[in-house]
Design a protein around this ligand. Structure first.
Ligand SMILES: [Zn+2]
Length: 58
């Protein structure tokens, strides 16, 4: 299940398998799907993840 978290004034979606955060729910769902199936992250998906620096900047 993708988890929603509020960071300052925006909602991020968290992959519960690897803990990466995304602005778009669809990417969090794809990430979790991939993580669950292969027990690893896909670089193609994780490049859409939000880094801590991106959050601090906004
Ligand atoms: Zn993941």
């Amino acid at each position: 299940m993708v988890k929603e978290v509020r960071v300052s004034n925006e909602i991020l979606y968290v992959c519960e398998r690897c803990g990466l955060r995304y602005r778009e729910k669809i990417w969090a769902e794809r990430c979790e799907d991939f993580c669950t199936r292969y027990n690893a992250c896909s670089i193609e998906i994780t490049k859409h993840a939000v880094k801590d620096l991106d959050i601090l900047k906004t």
